[in-house]
Design a protein around this ligand. Structure first.
Ligand code: PMP
Length: 369
């Protein structure tokens, strides 16, 4: 078996021990005589799996007791609509919500919310090509807003909100953490609602995590489908209907793997080292490679970069692929390259990438493709 170094933005690399455990348990989970995909979601085996997954997630993120954990479907994109449906629609007709737009994903969230309710853009860095974060004091905030939405890691533009970023305190903060959840410790109590698709740092596509403060439940418009209503899902332990059982199982294994690594403080140390290596390579390349994001908000998970001579892009991609480095092509809206270095990408993988990049720039600097 030979595995590539997978820098995909998502679905993304999973920890090898997790994949091996899935393989080993595929036909017979813990002597039950059947695999997880084949189990009733109401049986005692799956009940144990989902309860353990929730307990491990609560421990990893130190989720306070007054927050509910929901395992939903529909991806983070469904949350773009489900959030205003739940937090803004009922009896709040004269209320609005504030959106901070710092990259493609928060822009999408804002646009989708506009279909559902009255929402405002409190600030946007689009005019400056999504390369920084505005100070809270410069935002046009509505003190009566039902919530303030932001994306704490913009997967395409590589902009990450650092923990010291000042957030509004008088309105619930709703955060899309899809592409950096579990990469560092966070203070959950700063947020009213956190959501994340699974296919980056959590596991396999198909399950979406929603961590919501209890007082925000029960405000949904009466007309919304019950599977979309957080309160209904919370009352039913995320099992109003059949949940994405296999993705929940995989997420649970990833949580256990994270605990074995020493939890989020330990994985953060590795993530800091990985990101520092890669940004040092980019910044030390005498302009051969370039990342335009302000240093204070550069993402540790998604590192977009361009080559000064874009005619070399084709050679970069072909040669990196030949060297076993996959999925480095940048998103079409950014161009160039992007290396996603989630929790499951090892320091060794980033070293291989950096060695390749240094070698490539040495060979091609001053040449024209
Ligand atoms: N938000 C962010 C930050 C993302 O990176 C993505 C997916 N790349 C999404 C939302 C959308 O996620 P999904 O495809 O699961 O709907």
């Amino acid at each position: 078996m030979s595995r590539i170094w997978n820098f995909s933005a998502g679905p993304a690399v999973l920890p090898l021990p997790v994949l091996e455990q899935i393989r080993d348990e595929l036909l017979d989970w813990h002597g039950a005589g059947l695999g997880v995909m084949e189990m009733s979601h109401r049986g005692k085996e799956f009940t144990a799996i989902i309860e353990q997954a929730e307990a491990d997630l609560r421990e990893l993120l130190a989720i306070p007791a007054n927050y509910r954990v929901l395992f939903l479907q529909g991806g983070a994109t469904q949350q773009f609509a489900q959030i205003p449906m739940n937090l803004l629609a009922n009896g709040l007709a004269n209320k609005s919500a504030d959106y901070l737009v710092t990259g493609s994903w928060s822009k999408k969230a804002f646009k989708e919310a506009q279909r559902i309710a009255s929402v405002r853009c409190a600030g946007s860095t689009e005019g400056a090509a999504f390369q920084s974060l505005p100070e809270l004091a410069t935002l046009d905030l509505d003190p009566q807003a039902a919530y303030f939405h932001l994306c704490t890691n913009e997967t395409i533009h590589g902009v990450e909100v650092p923990p010291e970023y000042v957030l509004p305190v008088n309105v619930p903060v709703v955060a899309d953490m899809s592409s950096h959840i579990l990469s560092r410790p966070i203070d959950v109590s700063r947020y009213g609602l956190i959501y994340a698709g699974a296919q980056k740092n959590v596991g396999a596509a198909g399950v979406t995590l929603v961590i919501v403060r209890e007082d925000l439940l029960g405000h949904a418009a009466p007309s919304i489908p019950s599977v979309m209503d957080y309160a209904v899902m919370a009352e039913n332990g995320s099992m109003l209907n059949t949940p994405p059982t296999f993705s929940i199982y995989v997420a649970g294994l990833v949580f256990q793997w994270l605990k074995k690594q020493g939890g989020l403080a330990a994985i953060e140390r590795v993530n800091i080292e990985k990101a520092a290596l890669l940004y040092a390579c980019i910044d030390g390349s005498a302009g051969f490679y370039r990342n335009p994001v302000a240093v204070a908000c550069r993402s540790r998970m998604n590192v977009p970069f361009t080559l000064a001579d874009s005619t070399l892009d084709v050679a970069f991609l072909a040669e990196s692929k030949a060297a076993g480095l996959a999925s480095l092509k940048g998103h079409k809206s950014f161009g160039g390259m992007r290396a996603s270095i989630y929790n499951a990408m090892s320091l060794e993988g980033v070293r291989v990438l950096v060695d390749f990049m240094n070698d490539f720039s040495r060979r091609y600097a001053g040449t024209k493709a």
